[in-house]
Write a protein that binds this ligand. Sequence first.
Ligand SMILES: [Zn+2]
Length: 461
Amino acid sequence: MNKNYPLVFLLVLMLTACNLPAQNTNVDTPIPPTQSQSGPVQILSPQSGANLPAGPVTIQFTATGGPFVEADLSVDGAPVAFIAQDGTSTSISGALVWNQPTAGSHTLTVVALTLNKEVLSTSVQVTVEGAGGVGQNSSGGQTPTAQPTQDAGLEAARQRVIQILHDTYGITVTDPPVGRKLRQGVTTDPWTSAVYYKDWFINVSIYPDGREIDYAYPLNYSDPQALSNVMKPGDKPVPMCRPSGVIKLLVVFVDYQNLVVTQQEALDSLTQAVDQINGRYLEASQAVGLSSPIMELQATGAYLSSPPATLDLLLTPELIRKSTGIDPSQYDILVQVDLDANDTSGLIKRTGSYGFDGGGCIPSPNEVHMWIAISQKDQLSISASEPRLVNTLGHEILHTMGYPIGLTGLHEWVCGDGTQADGTDQCDQNNLPTLMMGWTDTDGDGVVEILDTTPYGLQSP
Ligand SMILES: [Zn+2]
């Protein structure tokens, strides 16, 4: 048994997972913005209350008070686009595009992040009309479908990925998934590939400037040493979760007693969050013709009415066992959710985000390796303007499957199935990276790759 995955590996992964350097400000979930309609950030158009036609929505904005490193657009709390800045301009003005709006009323928020990690923002409420409106003729020329990815380098990247998988890992495939984000203002996004094969997860990133990285992780694997023939120096022997089947979470709420949340409310919020995430998994599975979900979370909730007396205020399996009576060794992932208006642990400041994942699916985990900070009660609700619990959990779960932050310090996987340009910053349950998760059929044999015994057009093992 793997009683002792070395802490150092967990820390390394945690740092590469979500603790982002200052330049890269797409912290997993930005620190709560200060809302102000007449403040340093202004949305010039659309006006609050506007009714917008179906189709991409362009948001014109200005921000003063930098130097700025990034401006983000989020819709109903979920990030959809951003513009990177180099941290030298004290003002920004520009446009952010919401490419795939859904009909209905929405809150559009522009967040500008300064070099000093100050978060400035403003929001407008708009209503987007339904797609396929009245008066369209049968040619359907106005149908607001997103543009398919126009990516000149894609085929070359795919060939390079095929070569790396063959030369470095001894796997001969014809159709690995390869995708590239197309984020406005970002020219450094790599082509990435993610391959789940037998006991390995292999990630390859090919950058426009010619740099390449590839690495392997064990997959749901209890003995990383057994993979020594595959692992290279620098590879991280933390088992990633295979994005299929059942993943068992133990989620422990730690209540700092300043948000007025009852135990029942906390546990109910977990149920709602997991139901929503599982619902999205089911929808994505049905979209590829399956009747049952490819993957499912099974979460057990627990609640502690005071923080642990550990140095970093993080729980340990022993503490969980003692205080809840639940045996953490029965779970794949141990999650701590702090209910604390004051960020007493200081982890938000230290990690630059309010969620991190420090490991994948670890048999008998010896650490709490996923952490989420809740600083306002309504962030627990899936219908809140900032549904932080569900969106952070839905995002961090993807990290347990190997969702990488690479050389650019940005989240690299293309979200979606790769058939449409992806201008979003980060994936979560609402924007699943189904191409990278193996939830698409890249080799055209009728079976999505994660369920395929000869995945990715496998020619030889
Ligand atoms: Zn992340």
